[in-house]
Design a protein around this ligand. Structure first.
Ligand code: NAP
Length: 448
């Protein structure tokens, strides 16, 4: 019997009808052309009429695109979708509930996979379960290709590359400043992901304990102390509070892979010139301790984040508590998260600045001296539009275009972090061209 040949699309956007998925479709359509790496695009989801509506929403004159039915509770539909894709962009979350079968289908089919997850447990679980198989089938699976955690990863690497030897950083502290003339609002699914993440924090600890020990980079000087819960960052004029985002965990995983592979990961079919570029890139990335805080010009601006943190800590532990949290998101987040998500006007007026304040040594050899304290500060910044939906769509689509354009320069397969895969590519330039900017703000040496 003759085999039925299925069409393969460059990209399939799964969860295209979701709040973020719709923005990803709109962004992807800008690059769909016979002269672009993105020549064919399909949308996938569980409801065909919602997918058609998405297409109408995303473009004034929508092209005719194939619409594929796929549901995370139906393995065969996921297998069918994966076998029709070079690359799946997964926008169906919370990922702890929906992500595993999608990764399974992509790894099995040997297609590539990117997502916009911000949930460390999901990322680390799929790494533990699927890495070897993904290397074998040649499936490149990269989670956290949205606002979580590319501005943090690339912002960190950008700061780290400003330290010209013998200078070296000891720590880079990021401060996320969200700005808007209107209300800043996030969609419910992100809040739900956070609630479920907090409720299952023990699973992440168990997963880490049961896995192999990760390599730790060698960082000059002592690890920074914890400091106060609320900090006033004088230089930036910001009040700041620790943000329990995935960013620091993703950066740590990248640095750990880099420690084991100091020249990065070679491409499956890499040109020698590209290999030289990769090696040169990683030779100037210096590891450092890293953390992220949410910052605000006014102390009161931290109130919603304090409310979210306290309510998650107090209520996540019981099913009744979670019911309250998930039923009344606006109440417990003081309006930051809403079941309906932000309006068009709210999205358009939102923007972010992510500051990276690096402290380190003008000469890394000084770090080994007793009581050596950092004598140099380098401040860099990443800026862009609304974090959740506009910046996330820009980033995801640019990562996807690099995969389509430069697949041979990238690792054969595996469950990897965005930093280790895209670090040496032109992703930062592409982001810059599309509205996410990287700037050096200041370099200061203190004389003690
Ligand atoms: N990294 C970042 O910075 C970032 C930014 C934004 C969002 N996110 C994450 O992205 C995820 C989605 O967020 P969102 O606000 O877009 O959520 P959303 O509006 O609720 O969209 C969820 C999408 O998943 C689909 N879906 C739900 N259950 C499904 C199933 N069983 N099978 C197939 N599809 C299913 C929905 O389909 P229907 O349309 O048929 O209901 C919808 O398309 C969340 O986990 C969120 O945390 C991350």
């Amino acid at each position: 019997m003759a085999e039925i040949q299925m069409t393969t699309y460059d990209i399939v956007i799964f969860g295209a009808s979701g709040f973020t998925g719709k923005h990803v479709v709109r962004e992807a359509l800008k690059f769909l052309s016979p002269n672009s790496p993105l020549k064919s695009l399909a949308l996938a989801g569980r409801n065909l009429s919602k997918l058609s509506e998405t297409l109408k929403w995303a473009s004034k004159s929508p092209p005719t695109l194939p619409l594929l039915v796929a549901d995370t509770s139906d393995t065969s539909s996921l297998r069918r979708m994966a076998s029709q894709a070079k690359l799946v962009l997964n926008c169906v979350g919370p990922f702890r509930l929906h992500g595993d079968p999608v990764v399974d289908a992509c790894v099995e089919a040997g297609c590539d996979y990117l997502d916009i997850c911000g949930e460390p447990e999901f990322m680390e679980r799929i790494e533990a379960v699927y890495h070897e198989k993904a290397v074998e089938t040649g499936s490149l699976v990269i989670s956290a290709c949205g606002f979580d955690s590319i501005p943090a990863e690339f912002g960190f690497m950008f700061n780290s590359r400003q330290w010209v030897s013998p200078a070296a950083p000891n720590r880079v502290q990021a401060y996320l400043q969200l700005e808007s003339d209107k209300r800043m609002v996030g969609n419910f699914a992100t809040y739900e992901s956070a609630v479920l993440g907090f409720a299952n924090a023990d699973n992440l600890i168990k997963l880490r304990r049961s896995g192999r020990r990760r390599a730790r980079p060698s960082i000059p000087g002592y690890a920074p102390t914890k400091g106060s819960i609320i900090e006033y960052q004088k230089k930036l004029g910001l009040w700041a509070l620790n943000l329990a985002s995935a960013d620091a965990t993703v950066v740590r995983r990248t640095l750990s892979i880099l420690t084991e592979n100091p020249t990065g990961l070679h491409g499956v079919n890499e040109d020698p010139k590209v290999a030289d570029k990769r090696i040169a890139f990683w030779s100037i990335v210096k590891p450092a301790h890293f953390g992220v805080k949410i910052g605000s010009k006014k102390l009161l601006g931290l109130l919603p984040w304090i409310a979210i943190g306290l309510s998650l800590m107090r209520l996540c532990g019981s099913s009744l508590g979670r019911w309250f949290l998930l039923t009344f998101p606006s109440v417990f987040s003081l309006g930051v998260f809403r079941k309906k998500g932000p309006t068009k006007e709210e999205l358009e007026s939102a923007s972010f600045k992510m500051w990276f304040v690096g402290h380190g040594f003008s000469d890394a050899n000084l770090a080994s001296q007793r009581n050596a304290t950092p004598d140099t500060e380098i401040i860099t910044r990443v800026t862009g539009p609304d974090v959740g939906y506009l910046t996330t769509s820009i980033i995801l689509v640019q990562c996807a275009l690099i995969i389509l354009e430069r697949r041979g320069d990238l690792p054969k397969g595996g469950i990897l972090t965005p930093g280790i895969v895209f670090g040496p590519t032109h992703l930062q330039d592409r982001l810059q061209e599309n509205g996410v900017s990287f700037d050096l703000i200041s370099k200061t040496q203190f004389y003690t």
